[in-house]
Design a protein around this ligand. Structure first.
Ligand code: GLC
Ligand code: MG
Length: 426
């Protein structure tokens, strides 16, 4: 488990559909805002946890469709599967706990007697989760009848209704809340309890997250009726929970500000980088800022002005080299000069750039090796380069004067290599 060496400054535990991911925002602007904030200010010392109702199969599908970051921990199938890192390494301890007192076959047998229930797709049936669809009008009565039936058979299970259509049956000890409680207990035993935890959700299966003691919570503005009702009945007077006025990931950013959990200005909210004063200067921020600018330059969302390029060049060491993913080497300053010809080439087109897993490692008193994945979405085409950059702080004793780029090396992420390298600039 490749997590932090000490307590996380902030742990965000967020649902995905209609919370981190806004399915009504085809440009994914709030998600991209969050991504830039996270990578520039939190990635190095905080933990990002996604907690979704989706199975691993549908979760992977969503990651291909949306510009999502790689979380440190992924909790899938409504808190029944906990995995770590990019490789989704399973937590076997959690599986063992869920296996206790769980009789999957009997649950399937009994629930199949309810004609109001329609089984969801095969991918969504998991070792500790059985899922159906049920009409909203029938949900309450069916839930009640199911619970009585299970009780009669001595089955200790949990029935959760979400999104006005989904009904999940899980072991009693499972669910998003229990999975979070398990993680917090584990962190505590390692002496690494996060300084702050913020849970974020929009629907019924998220309600449990908000009942974990000590955590802050945000119900995004677009939260479902069933969650708002749960809140009104169970947590109305808890000052640590807010109903945001902003949708999805923007609601999460709003909550970070509301509870003063750390910086809440996304680099995407800064309109002019030439005169921006930052809350938190660090090498990760430098990387994020550069690629936000690069996207805007090509979309013609910044002015086509020489001072911008001059400022970029002044941040490059004269001898700095860029190793292009094709293997070709060129001076970084020449690459910046070449940006003149691509100003506005993506104007009016779908074009987004974001960075993921930005990891700065200090290699000397004023030098950092920053590794990150740089993603580019251009129309239907989506590609990623694993990038290593060497950055030095201009002032040997502090980071506040900004950084100088000393070297950049990019390689294609597996399966991402295109046939034609010519459209990739940097
Ligand atoms: C996701 C899952 C589905 C589940 C629902 C609510 O949509 O794919 O199986 O029922 O979340 O938890
Ligand atoms: Mg949701």
């Amino acid at each position: 488990m490749d997590l932090l060496k000490s307590s996380a400054r902030l742990m965000i535990v967020s649902d995905l559909d209609h919370t981190m991911v806004d399915h009504h925002d085809s440009e994914n602007l709030s998600l991209l805002r969050f991504n830039a904030l996270w990578e520039s200010n939190y990635r190095h010392d905080s933990l990002l946890v996604f907690s979704t109702g989706r199975s691993p199969t549908l979760y992977k599908q969503l990651r291909k469709e949306k510009p999502m970051l790689t979380p440190d921990i992924t909790i899938t199938s409504v808190g029944t599967e906990i995995t770590y890192g990019n490789s989704l390494l399973p937590d076997d301890g959690w599986v063992e706990i869920l296996n206790q007192k769980w009789n999957r076959n009997l649950v399937i047998e009994e629930s199949s007697k309810f004609p109001e229930l329609t089984l969801q797709s095969e991918t969504e049936q998991r070792p500790h989760k059985i899922s159906f669809y049920v009409e909203k009008a029938k949900a309450q009565a069916v839930t009640k009848a199911l619970k009585e039936c299970f009780e009669k058979h001595g089955l200790d299970v949990k029935v959760i209704y979400s999104g006005g259509m989904d009904l999940d049956i899980l072991p009693q000890g499972a669910g998003k809340g229990q999975a979070l409680a398990y993680l917090l207990k584990k962190f505590k035993s390692e002496g690494k309890l996060p300084n702050n935890t913020l849970v974020c959700g929009d629907s019924g299966n998220d309600a449990e997250l908000f009942s974990i003691p000590e955590v802050y919570g945000v119900m995004v503005s677009n939260a479902q009726e069933e969650l708002l009702q749960w809140h009104a009945e169970n947590a109305k007077n808890n000052p640590k929970i807010i109903h945001a006025t902003e949708r999805c990931a923007s609601g999460i950013i709003q909550a970070i500000g509301h509870f003063s959990l750390g910086p809440n200005t996304s680099p995407r909210d800064v309109t002019d980088f030439l005169d921006c004063k930052l809350e938190n200067v660090n090498p990760g921020h430098e990387v994020v800022k550069f690629y936000v600018f690069f996207e805007r330059w090509r979309r013609a969302e910044v002015e086509n002005s020489e001072p911008y390029l001059a400022s970029l060049k002044s941040a490059c060491d004269p001898s700095a080299i860029l190793v292009h993913p094709s293997g070709v080497e060129q001076s970084l300053c020449d690459t910046i000069n070449a940006m003149r010809s691509c100003y506005g080439d993506k104007h009016g087109k779908q074009f987004r750039v974001w960075v993921d897993r930005v990891l700065p490692i200090q290699i000397s008193s004023n030098t950092w090796l920053v590794k990150f994945n740089k993603w580019e979405l251009s129309g239907e085409d989506r590609r990623c380069c694993t990038t290593t950059a060497v950055l030095s702080s201009k002032d040997a004793t502090s980071m506040s004067d900004g950084f100088t780029w000393m070297h950049v090396h990019q390689t294609w992420l597996e399966e991402s290599e295109p046939k034609d390298h010519s459209t990739w600039l940097l």
